[in-house]
Ligand binder design. Structure first.
Ligand code: IPD
Ligand code: CA
Ligand code: CA
Length: 268
């Protein structure tokens, strides 16, 4: 077997833009909505169409690479070259006609994520990063904010799909931050949220129980833009199972962890 092909950042950007066209064309139409693991965990035909497109292209252009994709699961051996695909991050927004959603595409090798792209097709904003080389929004370098105090910060969060039944549903953390910051936003696309921290639009983001495809691309973009990315205990995240994350500029990250740790005592 010959050496496997490795993608360039421009390849990943092109695929994300093409999938973005599929989302833009589907937006605003009536959707066939199916419910997944929980009543509020939705999938539309557009999620499936965009995922099928991306899987087909990755297999054609990079034969032998493994793929971890939201709607169809794991394809191949994920210990080597692999892709993380969320064809539509923000499905609830999409299904309700709210133009806040993204395509997320990451390529990882033995050392972790090397290339990450998050594309917002409605605003034509493409966030991208290459490990060790930097992070960009539509080709311009991006950087996290310099906000030093939590009281001056704007944060973003989200709530898990099991929020109706799991008491560890982030509502108490939301309340704690709402009275210590300028505000807490809930945009509905975790990848966009994290990219907004990377670009300095917000100062920090946290969310419980995300999936590898939600965070793979965006966490590289945030790290390359100077953000600290950890789990709730301050340890590096791993792209497996459910992932709770805190992403923020270094000063705000420290203060967010302190608030979360106080409020999580007793919750494990
Ligand atoms: C969801 C979005 C949302 C977050 C959920 C995710 P999906 O992804 O990122 O903001 O709160 O936890 O699952 O289902 O729209 O791809
Ligand atoms: Ca997602
Ligand atoms: Ca999705």
């Amino acid at each position: 077997m010959g050496a496997m092909k490795t993608p360039m950042l421009r390849d990943v950007e092109r695929l994300a833009r093409q999938a973005g066209v599929i989302l833009r064309m589907g937006f605003g139409r009536r959707h066939r909505i199916e419910h997944k693991s929980h009543w509020i965990d939705l999938v539309t035909e557009t999620d499936q169409e965009a995922e099928a497109f991306l899987l087909d292209q990755i297999r054609r252009l990079f034969p032998g690479h493994a793929i971890v994709a939201e709607e169809t699961g794991v394809h191949g051996d994920v210990t080597g070259s692999r892709w993380y695909v969320d064809p539509l991050d923000g499905t609830v927004n999409f299904a309700h006609g709210i133009p806040i959603f993204t395509v997320c595409l990451a390529f990882a090798d033995e050392e972790g994520v090397r290339l990450g792209v998050v594309y917002d097709p409605m605003q034509d904003e493409l966030f991208a990063a290459e490990r060790g080389k930097g992070a960009w929004l539509n080709g311009r370098p991006i950087r996290v904010s310099e906000t030093q105090k939590l009281a001056d910060s704007l944060l973003i969060t989200g709530f898990p799909y099991d929020a109706w039944t799991n008491p560890d549903n982030n509502l108490d953390h939301f309340a704690a931050f709402a009275v210590r910051t300028r505000g807490v936003r809930r945009l509905g696309s975790a990848a966009m949220d994290i990219c907004y921290v990377a670009a300095g639009r917000a100062d920090g983001f946290w969310e419980l129980r995300l999936n590898p495809w939600d965070v793979a691309a965006a966490s590289l973009i945030a790290q390359e833009a100077g953000a600290v990315v950890t789990d709730l205990s301050g340890a590096p995240i791993r792209l497996e199972g459910k992932i709770s994350v805190v992403v923020a500029n270094p000063a705000i990250h420290r203060q967010m962890l302190a608030v979360l740790q106080t409020h999580r005592r007793g919750q494990g």
